[in-house]
Design a protein around this ligand. Structure first.
Ligand SMILES: Nc1ncnc2c1ncn2[C@@H]1O[C@H](COP(=O)(O)OP(=O)(O)OP(=O)(O)O)[C@@H](O)[C@H]1O
Ligand SMILES: [Mg+2]
Length: 256
């Protein structure tokens, strides 16, 4: 088992004339909670998209658990042990909450996602195992009682928790969370903080994009700061917090 689960090695991502990421280096070690912060348009989500294979980087390499993950497809990255949630929640609106979580698991199995019919004993056994695990994850996220409802029936904060449950169903070693506290009220944010700390206890490694500085400062051991596609600072929360470049990047923008 590698200690380093992610290495982003001189990554540049160009969109036409725009450099969304410029020569970014970063590392993630097993068991860490690491934050990625930065103003709107800094390149945070693009970084996740490069890591998870949504974009093939213009330059540079991504190493996943010591293996080359550069330019791999999203489902391959999932199989390599990385799961993510999305900034704009992406749930299956016509499936129940339970089925949404089960879909996460099916990407790990031999079963065809479009044909979840348990027509052989082996598939049936697998289906039962996946269902049990999905129910367990729903309990863990406090969503068990809603399992037969549609995700749209849930308040925003709980939809985000459902996305985390679905990500966990892929049996990841690393969780990438893109603004998991966005749109949450104080209570929901506090619940989420507890969930993330519990996930760390369980051995997951977590990379977290967040706008809410207080949330990141509270929970992350290390932080990377992006601004205009550049890595302008990195370090412990208190170091980053007092870094003049970071203060300028945040104060220079009219937001929050
Ligand atoms: N597919 C794309 N095509 C062209 N430009 C893109 C694409 N994806 C992102 N960008 C641009 O790249 C820059 C970085 O965007 P990104 O979404 O990564 O920022 P972000 O830090 O996640 O911002 P936010 O806090 O608003 O979510 C922005 O200028 C954005 O418009
Ligand atoms: Mg974003």
């Amino acid at each position: 088992m590698e200690q380093q689960v992610l290495k982003v090695d001189h990554i540049t991502q160009q969109f036409g004339g725009l450099s969304a990421l410029k020569d970014i280096n970063m590392e993630l070690n097993r068991g860490e909670i690491v934050g990625v912060i930065g103003p709107n348009g800094a390149g945070k989500t693009t970084l996740f998209n490069v890591i998870t294979g949504v974009y093939k980087p213009t330059k540079g390499m991504v190493f996943i658990d010591g293996k080359n993950g550069t330019g791999k497809k999203p489902f391959e990255i999932t199989k390599m042990g990385f799961a993510r949630t999305f900034q704009n929640i992406r749930l299956f609106p016509r499936m129940t909450i339970l089925e949404n979580v089960m879909m996460g698991a099916y990407c790990r199995t031999s079963a065809n996602v479009f044909q979840i019919i348990a027509d052989t004993p082996k598939k049936k056994k697998e289906h039962i195992r996946i269902r049990e695990r999905a129910l367990e994850l729903l309990k863990m996220m406090g969503l068990y009682e809603y399992r037969y409802e549609l995700p749209t029936s849930l308040p925003y904060g709980e939809q985000r928790r459902l996305e985390i449950a679905r990500a966990l169903a892929t049996e990841p070693m690393v969780l990438l969370l893109d603004e998991p506290a966005a749109g949450m009220n104080d209570q929901e944010t506090e619940d989420l903080r507890k969930i993330i700390l519990m996930l760390k206890q369980e051995g997951y490694t977590i990379l977290l994009i967040e706008h809410d500085m207080k949330f990141v400062m509270n929970i992350c051991e290390r932080i990377y700061v992006l601004d205009h596609g550049e890595l302008i600072a990195q370090g412990k929360p208190e170091e980053v917090n007092s870094d003049p470049k970071v203060i300028e990047a945040y104060l220079g923008k009219d937001e929050d």
